[in-house]
Structures are given as structure tokens and as C-alpha cells.
Design a protein around this ligand. Structure first.
Ligand code: C2E
Ligand code: CA
Ligand code: CA
Length: 399
């Protein structure tokens, strides 16, 4: 969604002055369809009527009758899929805790605003609304391989990017390119609806080439603004059985004046390999050329502890199923500590995937994990949104 004139914004606050002031400020930021409500019950009535489901709700936390926290729970209960910004005169800690509570209910929280609301912070939130990734379509779409090939030909695939940040200093260390199909009729389609099909029919190399070409263009545009960091590209294990293909990727990078340090390849071993010699040779050669290699989704399927020593991986990405909720799960924590120890032994950098809460972030930070990636930091976003996100991250997190 890029045009804000289609976006419905609902503001709820029992204080009429704050309500009108914020409505006025939002109106000044663009052609949003702004609606106001003086109580939490009013919000539920509007949403329950089904006519006016907002794309974004600005919610005051302190309201008589039903407060913001209860409203959050009720919104989750009625399957609200829009975004949320919390507004309050309360301390930052309360706002942060409420944000986290909302996330634990699966609500897409863009952040919080302290009262009195300042215009810069408001534009940051509205900017996030424009860029944030919508929840994937639950409805299964069935596409044929012919449709997908046509879409590759028409370059309908684009990359979204998700930042990877250091836990010690919250610095952005890189981004991961995640492919999306910008379908002319169905909108943004997620990889779970086409990657397997593309792999099954033997066209994953064509798609990967497009992903890399897009990543090069995007990285060069960021570079002109002074933002430089490595871009991680997902490589199917199937691609690692073709010498020519991986050579062609290196040539693409070279030909565009980029270098091996500007990219990183993430490999998931999603199935057992009959012959491991070819992937091993290709990975070793990539490493010699200066590319970093990451083992992806570590802990799942075939990527198990014993394989680590065989391949020249420099980065270990622990699958999100072990990270999400780690602060409260001894089994997840045990697995994670084993990964840390192993990575230490092989001199690898550890990335925790799927960090969704501050609690998990704090746990990882206190235990010496190198990097984190996940919704707590940012959802994947289109390339053009990166500069806005970067400046917001610097203001908010590094402040
Ligand atoms: P992946 O490489 O493990 O990518 C991370 C996935 O986790 C992404 O889903 C991302 O949106 C999601 N994610 C990130 N942070 C969080 C979080 O905090 N919580 C939760 N619940 N999820 C989080 P996405 O983009 O749908 O990609 C799914 C998978 O599709 C990827 O998993 C990767 O295996 C594959 N994929 C994506 N792009 C490409 C590509 O260009 N080539 C290939 N071969 N595979 C790709
Ligand atoms: Ca990946
Ligand atoms: Ca992964």
C-alpha cells in the first residue's frame, strides 16, 4: 500500500482536546481518512460493524471504562489485522511494556507516541505504516509454474529487506533479501506460495539470478545515500550443484562493480544430499573468493550439528522456532547455548532469527549472541523504505 489516501486511521482517546489535536496533525501529514472515537467500546462497535476496519489505530492507553490494555486484548480477540500506535503521557517503560503485550497478541505495533505528540515522531509512525509489511495472505493461492515463469520474465519479483543488527551496539550489520511476487491482481505474494514450486520444476536459478540483480540495484541506490552494508541472498541447496550457475552469480556481481564483501549467501539444507562433493567444492570456492556463507534455519530439518564442521560457514543463523520465547523456555535456551558453544569452536558468528520481543532481545544480549533479526527490530520492508527505517532506528534505538 503506497497511497495514503486509501488508508483509514482511527484515533481513540477520552480526552477531546488530544483527540482533535492528533486528528488535525494526522490530516496535515497526508490524505488519510481520519475517524475519531471517544471510548474503547466505540472502537469495538465500529470494528464489529465490519464497515470501517481501520488500517491504523492511534490508541490512548488511559481511558475510563475500558483502558487501552483491555482494548488491545479485545482487538486481538476479534482478529484485528491493522496496525497500532500507542499514545500516552505515561512513562516510556509502560509504553514499551504495552507495545510488547500487543505484539504478544500478534498485533502489528508500529511504536508509541508520548504526549504531547510531536510532529516528527508522528511522521515516523505514519512512514512506518506506508512501509510495513502486511500480514501474509492466509488464503492459499495456487499458481502454475507457467504463471511464475511469466512473472520472472516480466520481473514481477521484487526484494523486501530485513535488517540484521548487532546485539551489543544495535548497529545495522546487514540486510537479508526476501523475495516477494508483486502480483498484478493479488498484490504481494510470499515465498511460501511459490519457492517450492519453482525448486520442484528446476527454475530456482532463474529466480535467484533475478533476486541478486534486484539486490545489486537496490544496494547501489542505498550506497548513493551513504548507506552501505552487506546483503544476504538466500541460495537453494539445489543451486549449489551447478558450477556454472554460481560462477554466473559472481560475474553478475563483478560486472556491476560490486565485490564479494557486499554480499553473503545463506544456505538452507532442506533435504539430504546424495552427493555432497559438489556443494562442498562450490562453497569452498565462494569462500576463497571472499564471500561469506551462512547456514540458515539452523536446528531444523537436515541442518544439524554434525554437518557444521564439514562446510566453510562463517555465520550460523539459529532458526526462529528456537528463539521465539527463548527467555521463558529452558529447552530453547539449552539448544541455543549449544549453538553458541559450537559456533565459538568454529569461529562463527551467531545470528538469532525471529526475535519478536524485548524479553528475547535482552536474553540474547545478556548471553553474548552476536546479531539479531526479527519483527522486534523490523519486519521485512521494500528497498525504498530502508533509508527511512535506518534514520528512525538511529533516533529511537540508539538514542
Ligand atoms: P528464511 O530465509 O528463514 O527467512 C526468514 C523468514 O522469517 C522470512 O519469511 C521473514 O519474513 C520471517 N521472519 C523474520 N523475522 C520474523 C519474526 O520475528 N517472526 C516471524 N514469525 N517470522 C519472521 P519470508 O520472507 O516469508 O520467507 C520465507 C522463506 O522463503 C525464507 O526463510 C527462505 O527460506 C525463503 N526465501 C525467501 N526469499 C528467497 C529467495 O530469494 N531465494 C530462496 N531460495 N528462498 C527464499
Ligand atoms: Ca534466510
Ligand atoms: Ca532462516
Amino acid at each position: 500500500m503506497n497511497k495514503n489516501d486509501d488508508m483509514k486511521v482511527l484515533i481513540v482517546d477520552d480526552d477531546l482536546f488530544s483527540l482533535k489535536l492528533l486528528a488535525h496533525m494526522v490530516g496535515q501529514h497526508g490524505d488519510y481518512r481520519v475517524d475519531i472515537c471517544k471510548s474503547a467500546i466505540g472502537v469495538l462497535e465500529k470494528i464489529g460493524s465490519g464497515v470501517q476496519c481501520p488500517d491504523l489505530i492511534f490508541m490512548d492507553l488511559n481511558m475510563p471504562e475500558m483502558d487501552g490494555l483491555e482494548l488491545i486484548r479485545r482487538l486481538a480477540g476479534c482478529g484485528y489485522t491493522g496496525a497500532l500506535v500507542l499514545v500516552s503521557g505515561q512513562s516510556k517503560r509502560i509504553l514499551k511494556a504495552s507495545e510488547e503485550l500487543s505484539r504478544s497478541y500478534g498485533i502489528n505495533v508500529l511504536g508509541h507516541l508520548e504526549k504531547p505528540v510531536c510532529s516528527t515522531q508522528l511522521s515516523l509512525m505514519l512512514g512506518r505504516l506506508e512501509i510495513c509489511e502486511q500480514a501474509p495472505l492466509k488464503k492459499e493461492q495456487q499458481f502454475s509454474i507457467e504463471e511464475i515463469l511469466c512473472a520472472i520474465e516480466n520481473r514481477e519479483f521484487i526484494n523486501y529487506y530485513q535488517p540484521k543488527v548487532s546485539l551489543s551496539g544495535a548497529e545495522v550489520k546487514g540486510v537479508e533479501a526476501l523475495v516477494r511476487w508483486r502480483h498484478p491482481e493479488h498484490g504481494i505474494i510470499f515465498p511460501d506460495q511459490f519457492i517450492h514450486l519453482v525448486e520442484h520444476h528446476g527454475y530456482i536459478n532463474e529466480l535467484t539470478r533475478l533476486v541478486l540483480a534486484n539486490a545489486i540495484d537496490d544496494a547501489q541506490r542505498w550506497r548513493t545515500r551513504g548507506d552501505t552494508f552487506p546483503v544476504a541472498i538466500n541460495i537453494s541447496m539445489l543451486s549449489l550443484s551447478s558450477f556454472d550457475f554460481m560462477d554466473s552469480l559472481c560475474q553478475l556481481i563483478d560486472g556491476k562493480g560490486m565485490s564479494s564483501g557486499d554480499f553473503l549467501f545463506e544456505v538452507t539444507e532442506s533435504r539430504a544430499l546424495d552427493d555432497r562433493r559438489q556443494p562442498l567444492e562450490i562453497m569452498t570456492r565462494l569462500k576463497l573468493k571472499g564471500f561469506e556463507l551462512a547456514i540458515d534455519d539452523f536446528g531444523t530439518a537436515y541442518s544439524n550439528l554434525s554437518k557444521l564442521s564439514d562446510y566453510p560457514f562463517g555465520e550460523l543463523k539459529i532458526d526462529r522456532s528456537f528463539i521465539n520465547g527463548i527467555a521463558n523456555s529452558s529447552s530453547k535456551a539449552n539448544f541455543y547455548h549449544a549453538c553458541l558453544a559450537l559456533a565459538g569452536e568454529y569461529g562463527m558468528t551467531v545470528v538469532a532469527e525471529g526475535v519478536e520481543t524485548h524479553e528475547d532481545w535482552a536474553f540474547l544480549k545478556s548471553t553474548g549472541c552476536d546479531m539479531a533479526q526479527g519483527y522486534f527490530i523490523s519486519r521485512p520492508m521494500p528497498a525504498d523504505a530502508m533509508p527511512v527505517w535506518l534514520s528512525g532506528w538511529k533516533i529511537e534505538f540508539l538514542a
